[in-house]
Ligand binder design. Structure first.
Ligand code: NOJ
Length: 832
């Protein structure tokens, strides 16, 4: 892989050698919000045939266009614990982005990881565990890039809540006090073992791009945090692609350039859209001409931006034949060239290309089915069968039917119908939605049942009557959240609490009082409080579903009626008490630069519950099936003897700085000709005559203390390859076990491998996930599940010596059905 990047760098360098300063700057700077068809557009280099590059959300489907699939959310993917299916979803996503002409897809999301249960964007990622997030993030990147689209992994790092992510976001709501974005204060061990971990996996998988987050990290903005970008990301994790700012997350021009930012989006400052004012663009040009920023840094940015297209096998450098065929700014077929600015000639804006396919449909539906987690099934009332005396079905709850405002609701901010996703930039325009009521009714009718439906959630007279009549009631409830720029019912991205929305609790209680067989489907963006009714006898079964995309109802009905056997596992812990979760910081009365101290350290989610012996309602990794699985015959085979320390990585290759460093003639940077008519708000890289005249008066820039542009001779001990020291990925042990389907239904089983590390040097959580394998078995059938334990899986991060260490001592391995249900265990002894 590293060889591949070397070759790509050679090719990219040759291209960059041919570019002028303004051409290079053009690649680094977005042309401005709305100044191009995509959510982010770079400038172009027409002389070399490089068009504006299109960056588009997002992780669950192509945003702001039509005729695309709305795939199940990242959290739903996490619930499947299915790596192969995740890869295929990545491929389907990549294929649809490619068909729409997108060059860089903004996803997957592996940060937030879900530290805070109410965090607005947790549903975009794959669940609250770094290992799960890393494996599925990497599989997604591989899938996307195998379809010729560059993946942009987001958000680096610490964006665990939406409140105060950006100054200026909710000034009218009293947030005008905010002087600097929230600072995520993350300790070094947690940074390595939890928050950077999934990014390392995606880098190893070849991710071409990474998005730095809005928040500050340890009191420096993520997009100008040299320690984060230059050191941790580019040195330690060996990231070779480009770092792009989240939209408006850049706060300084020169500092961010020196700190390792390579591309700024959408070009201008946050919320100063259409101003045409950028921290880069002409200012970056100027900073190179007045020699504040070494041209080698600009070359590095341009090379990093081009290299992924040359490194990823299925990719190629786009040309004018590979342009987006949609506009993010209008759904009309024809309109002004710059619809957002109301400027320019009338042109075709949307070709309405149908990017969907049977492949996408199959993947989206399979994931939605496999994501559903069966939490409770007392008395085996599910799957629903007429033979069990179920002849009259009632479907209720806001989540069961369409939202009164329709399916297309912008960025999915409508929350009174079937939840297909949370809201924000990861939302997709639904092409249609199969609602639970529609799908359940169809199946029920096929079996000769009678079906009723009520969307009443506030008045209960009618609901009570219907419940009394029904043999079984299915209540679909949930909660939503999303990105901080949208407020829904007083929730500014993050949820204000963990209660069910649309009066869910009261509705369930009413229905369960009247109907002896009440089935609850919780369709939500994350953990919700289910304590009010979970132990009620009449609540006979409960399903949990993360946002499932357009086929939500179909998948739910398939599971309810047994056309699919549930095999999903909880990708987070469902607590009994709110106090067991980390709260969102919502108060800035004391500080205008809120501090978010990540006190949970490495004890994320189940690790915390295990450490403090707290009984959750349902633990991470939990999920029932209609069938029964038994495990036996654990085998642990040493593949390669473990060593306490990593070998030193190879020295860096010498830097080839053959690019022209001559910045003599600033006249080269002038607008191409005098009667050039700039598009309003468009960001160009050019200088004006006045700028040039004053160049010499620019004051000397005071470099940050310790700044040194020279590349060190060798990487840090933890570095040296994509994702870190290559030896971290050595397979040390192979673990396997036999799983048998001992029940009546065919079904999928997720075997989970947890490891208890010794505490020779440092204490660690009682158990950490270090493997999972999903198998599908017919009744009576057996298969082996296998896990590979890599060097990194046994390591702790030693902050003192700044290295990964395998401690001596005993490692206990648990092959489990959840983070608490151990099926088989064994030990590895690692001596000194
Ligand atoms: C801001 C979001 O945080 C980011 O995830 C997204 O890609 C950009 N907006 C562009 O929509």
């Amino acid at each position: 892989m590293d060889r591949i990047w070397q070759k790509a760098y050679d090719k990219a360098r040759k291209l960059v050698e041919k570019m002028s300063i303004t051409e290079k700057v053009n690649l680094t700077t977005g042309t401005g919000w709305g100044s191009g068809p995509c959510i982010g557009n770079t400038g172009s280099v027409p002389r070399l045939g490089i068009p504006e590059l299109c960056l588009q959300d997002g992780p669950n489907g192509v945003r702001f266009t039509d005729f695309v699939t709305h795939f199940p959310s990242g959290l739903a993917v996490g619930s499947t614990f299915n790596k192969g299916l995740t890869y295929l979803r990545g491929k389907a996503l990549g294929r649809e982005h490619s068909k729409k002409g997108v060059h860089i897809m903004l996803g997957p999301t592996v940060g937030p990881i879900g530290l805070k249960a109410a965090g607005g964007r947790n549903w975009e990622g794959f669940g609250t565990d770094p290992y799960l997030q890393g494996v599925l993030g990497a599989a997604t990147v591989e899938g996307i890039q195998d379809e010729g689209v560059i993946s942009c992994v987001r958000h680096l790092v610490g964006n665990e809540q939406e409140h105060f992510r950006q100054v200026g976001e909710w000034d009218d709501e009293g947030w005008d006090k905010l002087r600097r974005s929230l600072s995520a204060n993350i300790g070094d061990r947690a940074m390595h073992e939890v928050y950077l971990w999934p990014f390392a996996d995606t880098i190893r998988a070849g991710a071409g791009s990474i998005m730095c987050a809005y928040n500050q990290l340890n009191n420096t903005y993520a997009c100008e945090n040299s320690y984060l970008l230059n050191y941790l990301l580019k040195e330690e994790l060996g990231f070779q692609g480009f770092v792009v700012s989240d939209w408006g997350a850049q706060h300084t021009g020169v500092y961010s350039a020196l700190a390792g930012l390579d591309m700024t989006m959408p070009g201008e400052l946050f919320d100063d859209w259409l101003s045409g004012k950028s921290l880069w663009g002409p200012l970056l040009t100027r900073a190179v001409y007045n020699q504040t920023i070494p041209q080698s840094r600009l070359n590095d940015m341009a090379i990093r931006i081009l290299a992924p297209f040359l490194a990823v096998e299925a990719c190629f450098l786009p040309t004018d034949d590979d342009l987006p065929n949609f506009s993010s700014w209008t759904h009309h077929t024809f309109g002004q060239q710059y619809p957002y600015q109301h400027y320019g000639p009338i042109k075709q804006q949307n070709w309405h290309v149908d990017a969907r396919s049977k492949f996408s449909d199959d993947i989206a539906l399979n994931i939605a089915r496999e994501a559903i987690v069966l939490l409770k099934n007392d008395g085996h009332n599910l799957p629903i069968a007429k033979a069990d005396g179920i002849r009259r079905i009632l479907v209720a709850g806001a989540g069961a039917g369409p939202d009164p405002k329709g399916f297309k609701c912008k960025d999915q901010r409508c929350v009174e119908g079937t939840l297909t996703s949370g809201w924000g930039s990861a939302a997709v325009t639904n092409p249609y939605v199969v609602t639970p009521f529609e799908a359940i009714a169809e199946k029920a009718r096929e079996q000769g049942m009678v079906v009723d439906y009520t969307s009443d959630v506030w008045e209960f007279e009618n609901v009570d009557e219907l419940s009394d009549y029904a043999d079984m009631a299915i209540v679909v409830v949930g909660a939503s959240s999303g990105e901080g720029y949208i407020e829904v019912d007083g929730n500014f991205g993050d949820r204000n609490n963990l209660s069910l929305w649309n009066n869910g609790d009261e509705l369930i209680c009413h229905i369960a009082e009247g109907c002896r067989k009440t089935v609850v489907v919780v369709n939500s963006v994350g953990p919700v409080n289910i304590e009010k009714w979970i132990e009620m006898d009449n609540v006979v079964a409960v399903l949990y579903a993360a946002p499932l995309g357009q086929f939500a109802g179909q998948a739910i009905a398939d599971v309810l009626f047994g056309d699919a056997n549930p095999s999903g596992k909880l990708p987070f812990t469902l607590a009994r008490k709110k106090s067991h979760y980390v709260p969102i910081i919502t108060d800035i009365s004391e500080r205008d630069d809120p501090q978010d101290n990540f006190d949970r350290d490495i004890y994320l989610d189940y690790r915390f519950f295990d450490k403090h012996n707290i009984r959750p309602r349902y633990e991470f990794g939990y999920g029932l099936s209609y069938t029964n699985f038994v495990l036996c015959d654990l085998k642990i085979v040493e593949v390669c003897p473990p060593s306490e320390y990593l070998p030193y990585p190879e020295e860096y290759l010498p830097v080839y700085n053959t690019c022209e460093d001559d910045v003599c003639d600033p006249e080269d940077a002038l607008f191409p000709h005098e009667d050039f008519a700039p598009v309003p708000g468009f960001i160009y890289p050019y200088l004006y005559n006045d700028n040039i005249r004053s160049l010499e008066e620019d004051e000397c820039f005071e470099y940050p203390k310790g700044y040194n542009p020279d590349q060190p001779a060798s990487p840090p001990l933890a570095g040296g390859g994509l994702g870190g020291n290559p030896a971290l990925w050595d397979v040390l042990y192979e673990v396997s076990a036999e799983v048998k389907n001992d029940g009546k239904y065919k079904g999928g089983y997720v075997a989970q491998l947890y490891i208890e590390l010794p505490s020779t040097l440092l204490p660690s959580p009682p158990k950490i996930l270090r493997g999972f394998d999903k198998v599908f078995l017919e009744p009576g059938e057996s298969k082996r599940v296998t896990f590979e334990i890599l060097h990194r899986d046994l390591c702790i991060w030693d902050t003192l010596s700044q290295q990964w260490i395998i401690q001596t001592g005993t490692y206990t391995l648990y092959v489990s059905s959840s983070s608490r249900k151990v099926e088989l265990s064994g030990e590895i002894d690692i001596g000194c």
